[in-house]
Design a protein around this ligand. Structure first.
Ligand code: IPE
Ligand code: IPE
Ligand code: MG
Length: 239
């Protein structure tokens, strides 16, 4: 039995970037300033992941449930997304990042769809790191959608296995996340990667996302590397 070495480096890291609003409120700033600072953190963490040689990075940027926020905040978030992608695109392209969107894109504002389509095309040949942006994402929706797509493609109900279903998820072809980080002290996954997180290691930190540094990322990865992943097997090799 090939037990995963405790020192393995994560191939796929996923992050629930939470706490922007509280970061701003603590500073008597509007929530939007927290999102602006959070985007800067995202930029630094993407760079750090590239430096560390990570293969897959998923950032939870906007959940399907986030539409329940005031229209002004939602509008700001998508404007920020367009700015972020436009500004970072040359560097992402240069560093070999390939962009993928997890979530229902057709319901996003037009400017966001156009920017994302452009960025995806420009980064299509990136081979160094796949960057997934979860946008208008819902784990439950993703699973239901995958089942629908499978059946619409003529798949037989009996042929629907976890493996075939995986081919219809937004993350098709990618390994499951090894490590999921959530900032801001909330101890839940908020509808994130429900199917793919079956054996992910979870790491929670009280640090608010705008305060999360590359050093904090390294600490999370070190914590991950000290864990024993068993995938249901025994913890010690048996004789
Ligand atoms: C995360 O920060 C960003 C998004 C969910 C878009 P929040 O905006 O959720 O910040 P808090 O949780 O209110 O502090
Ligand atoms: C999760 O954060 C979604 C993102 C980070 C994009 P939320 O702030 O929306 O989650 P809840 O509402 O606290 O569960
Ligand atoms: Mg939040």
């Amino acid at each position: 039995m090939n037990l995963s070495p405790a020192t393995a480096f994560p191939r796929h890291l996923a992050i629930i970037m939470d706490g922007n609003g509280r970061w701003a409120t603590q500073r008597s700033l509007p929530r939007t300033e927290g999102h602006r600072a959070g985007a800067e953190t995202a930029r630094r963490i993407v760079q750090e992941c590239l430096d560390l040689g990570l293969e897959f990075l998923t950032l939870y940027a906007f959940s399907r449930e986030n539409w329940n926020r005031p229209a002004q905040e939602v509008g700001f978030l998508f404007d920020l997304l367009v700015q972020f992608i436009s500004r970072e695109l040359p560097d992402l392209e240069k560093r070999g990042v390939r962009l993928r969107i997890l979530g229902e894109e057709q319901n996003l504002p037009f400017a966001a769809r156009r920017t994302l389509a452009h960025a995806r095309a420009r980064t299509a040949r990136g081979e160094r790191m796949e960057l997934n942006l979860a946008l208008n994402y819902s784990g439950r929706e993703e699973i239901v959608r995958a089942c629908r797509l499978y059946l619409e493609a003529g798949g037989a109900p009996a042929g629907l296995t976890p493996e075939t279903l995986g081919e219809y998820l937004y993350t098709a072809g990618q390994p499951d996340p090894d490590l999921i980080i959530r900032t801001s002290g909330e101890l839940r996954t908020s509808n994130f990667l429900l199917f793919q997180a079956a054996y992910s290691e979870l790491y929670f930190t009280d640090t608010l996302w705008p305060d999360f540094t590359p050093l904090d990322l390294r600490a999370a990865i070190a914590d991950f590397q000290a864990r024993g992943r068993r995938f249901g097997a025994v913890s010690e090799p048996s004789f």
